[in-house]
Ligand binder design. Structure first.
Ligand code: HEM
Length: 430
């Protein structure tokens, strides 16, 4: 989507007119916050003339949009599959045709379908079920720390932060952890598709990987249909939609859609938050010491990390009819980006919003898990993983520090997700 050539100097997003900022440019995506601040101040509802997308950037307006799902729909599967506002590339489309055409289930569905699928998937991640996982998550965290290099040097995201949610979701779904490398690749493929700014070659690779993912899970679905086990896939395969007013079981297309959301939504976002949390502690040593001294601060620290990073930085909505937001006219079918990352830095809601403060009183009011009927289904699980991980990490890794020779943090080039590729650290294992 970048509209500026590599050689032309790009306008400075901190000072140039708002309409000149290329918000799909990977360089811009390294630090969108100065632009978000300008949007909140000068144009909280801003129609970008370059792509006709409407950006909603303040805390209150985001909540307002999310509270009207009849007007602002989640039927944005095309944007997710093409990663942008543009038409899909024919080569990409041809590869996708070799697989299954995923249908709209939770994230990309509206009521009443949304309600029906969400109710089924929700059973797997209820608060009660997640609370019962404490001992299991603790054990897993300890195992992952055992496996961290004894040399005292590692890339934290790939060695720890990616693995924790991936292993948890693999175990919950009932697929072998040994297939981790494949899950990683598939997850990356979805991220590239969602990101919207990757080069074509990468996007074609991603489409091929997604078809591979579908074939793998169709096999698993068939196995679980024949021989149910105690796991989420077996539950979903055998769930009776008749209870929900429809006399049938779910199709491959429906099941694949749900599984894809559990795999991607759950992993990358949690991995990014865990990595960011450690980074914020490393760059705020006094707060790291407070957390070491008083682990009861962990819960709030996790909420503040979610607020500050906002790993799902933006999300699409589609207007279902002509309407307005804060006096700005919206036309039917207009694409809207609710900018959670901006809402979470809104000074009118969070005092001194650009500061990281693990004891912020209203940290938990963040929009990192969204708001309204699509509020994250895995929020309790993600919280449980991070609330368990940090006290153990801080106890078992002494003198954690950034690797001084290798820490040029690069953020993912994605319009929807936010997080760094890698965080190199040094430590001594206790
Ligand atoms: C730090 C971790 C996570 C963050 C920040 C996050 C963020 C979000 C956000 C912002 C939404 C709302 C999207 C919208 O506004 O349309 C969402 C929805 C969703 N999340 Fe998460 N998520 C996380 C972890 C997880 C986990 C662990 C799972 C699965 C186990 C999960 C599954 C889902 C699903 C299925 C939806 C769609 C819900 C619906 O449409 O009703 N997420 N997530």
């Amino acid at each position: 989507m970048s509209t500026t050539s590599e050689t032309t100097p790009k306008p400075d997003p901190r000072t140039c007119p708002l309409h000149e900022v290329d918000t799909f440019d990977p360089a811009f995506l390294q630090d969108p916050h100065p632009f978000y601040a300008r949007l909140r101040k000068d144009a909280p509802v801003f129609r970008d003339p370059k792509n006709n997308v409407v950006y909603v950037s303040t805390y209150d307006l985001i909540r307002e949009v999310n509270s009207r799902p009849n007007l602002f729909s989640n039927k944005f599967a095309t944007q997710l599959r093409s990663g942008s506002t543009t038409e899909q590339d024919p080569e990409e489309l041809a590869i996708q045709k070799e697989g299954w055409t995923v249908v709209d289930t939770m994230l990309t569905a509206d009521p009443p379908e949304h309600t029906r699928y969400r109710k089924l998937a929700m059973k797997a991640f209820t608060y009660k079920r997640v609370m019962q996982m404490s001992g299991y998550v603790e054990k897993l965290v300890n195992q992952l720390i055992d496996d961290m290099p004894d040399s005292g040097k590692c890339e934290f995201k790939s060695e720890f932060a990616n693995k924790l949610p991936m292993f948890v979701i693999a175990d919950a779904l009932g697929v072998p952890r040994e297939h981790y490398d494949q899950f990683e690749e598939w997850s990356n493929a979805f991220i590239i598709q969602l990101g919207g700014v990757s080069p074509k070659e990468q996007r074609l690779w991603a489409s091929r990987k997604i078809v591979e993912f579908q074939k793998y899970f169709v096999d698993v679905i068939e196995q679980k249909r024949a021989n149910p086990t105690e796991d989420v896939i077996s539950d979903l395969v055998h769930a009776d939609l008749s209870e929900e007013g429809d006399d049938r079981k779910m199709t491959y297309e429906e099941l694949l859609s749900i599984l894809q959301q559990l795999l991607v939504a759950g992993n990358e976002t949690t991995a990014h938050t865990t990595t960011a949390g450690l980074y914020y502690l490393l760059t705020h040593p006094e707060q790291m010491q407070r957390l070491r001294d008083d682990p009861s601060l962990t819960e709030n620290f996790v909420e503040e990390t979610l607020r500050y990073l906002s790993p799902t930085n933006n999300m699409w909505r589609v207007a279902t009819e002509d309407t307005e937001i804060a006096g700005v006219a919206i036309k039917k079918d207009d694409l809207i980006l609710v900018r959670y990352g901006s809402g979470n830095r809104d000074e009118t809601h969070f005092k001194d919003a650009n500061a990281f403060d693990l004891s912020r009183e209203n940290a938990k009011e963040h929009l990192a898990f969204g708001a309204g009927i699509h509020t994250c289904l895995g929020a309790q699980l993600a919280r449980k993983e991070m609330q368990t991980a940090f006290p153990i990490l801080l106890k078992r890794l002494k003198n954690i520090r950034l690797d001084p020779d290798n820490n040029d943090l690069q953020y993912l080039p994605s319009i929807l997700l936010r997080g760094v590729f890698a965080l190199n650290i040094e430590y001594e294992k206790a």
